[in-house]
Design a protein around this ligand. Sequence first.
Ligand SMILES: NC(=O)c1ccc[n+]([C@@H]2O[C@H](COP(=O)([O-])OP(=O)(O)OC[C@H]3O[C@@H](n4cnc5c(N)ncnc54)[C@H](OP(=O)(O)O)[C@@H]3O)[C@@H](O)[C@H]2O)c1
Length: 352
Amino acid sequence: MISLGSLANYIISSALYYCQGSPLLMLLFQVTCVAIEFLYSILSKFNFWTSPKAGIDQYVLDYKKMNNTLAEERFAIVTGANSGIGLETSKALALAGFHVIMACRNKKLAAEAISKLELETGLKTFEFIQLDLASFKSIDVFIDQYKKSYSKLHLLVNNAGLAFCPYSKTKDGIEMQFGTNHLGHFKLTNGLLDLIKASGRARIVVVSSLANYVGTFDKSLILEESRYNRIISYGISKLCNIMFANELARRLNGTGIAVNSLHPGSVNTNATKYLPDSLHGVIDVIKSLLLIGPIAGSLTSVKVALDPKLEGVTGKFFMNQEEATPLGEALDEQKCKDLWEFSEELIKKHST
Ligand SMILES: NC(=O)c1ccc[n+]([C@@H]2O[C@H](COP(=O)([O-])OP(=O)(O)OC[C@H]3O[C@@H](n4cnc5c(N)ncnc54)[C@H](OP(=O)(O)O)[C@@H]3O)[C@@H](O)[C@H]2O)c1
């Protein structure tokens, strides 16, 4: 039987096929996407098929069944693990048997999150290492610290992100949403790649967004403050997440490392905290009525991280736990290569 997620993805990819190329039709497509997303969220709340918790339990069980013969300890890093989708993803990964490094910028919030997870799971396999993705220095320190303790990394979940903030810059002078969501993870992933390669079968999971459909890889929109728009810039950063994942998947082809990206759904988390205060009343109503909870919001991340059926699947984009079609630019190999080179140049130029 076709799942609700497959149906929603089919409608979105068909509409995208006909609308790409026309700015007016793309606007219509974006509105349609939001409507389908909210409808999907509402319908999925009725748990017609299975509850989100049962879904997570199934992924954990399937993973354990396939990997119960593995003698070595397996390591996972989850960025932005102290709240929302990252917190629930960390919990599922620990239940699946991973030692989970929670890469968070705020020590106190991370400690609170670990206490909560330890209490809920009875496990002591959570560890905090500080990471601020808006600082190249912090990323370097994190990589050094991780490498001093561990020689392997089996799973990297690039989950952290901020959305819709007013214009600001990272510590290294790069627009904040692109700098944190894409460039910080680009630098982190590349810095950890030798350990990931040393781990044999490994996965890299990149949490993008439906907002990739409002993005475009346009350097001037990234570099020029006067062209900043908080929604478009978030979309650009999330499109770049997918472009990076796809290019990395190509570069790692044949190594046994899978790289996939995903949209987690519209999830009731702290993600809207940078929107203007005047909008918070309306946003809170929308969040409680129309958005799914963080456990449901972690299902696609957990599936892409653990599902044995996805063994060997790489360079794909997922939504609603099913494969989906991202914006055409994410499938354009030359553009993905251009983004890679642009990212390397920016890091070089802005490193002191
Ligand atoms: N919620 C949704 O509807 C939705 C939809 C599509 C995609 N997503 C994506 O899902 C991911 C998780 O978001 P969420 O919804 O769970 O929101 P969230 O609860 O706000 O979690 C975001 C996490 O990222 C961390 N973070 C932000 N900036 C960071 C930095 N410079 N360095 C390190 N960590 C940083 C946050 O840390 P602090 O707690 O210290 O701020 C927090 O732990 C994001 O990539 C987001 O773009 C969310």
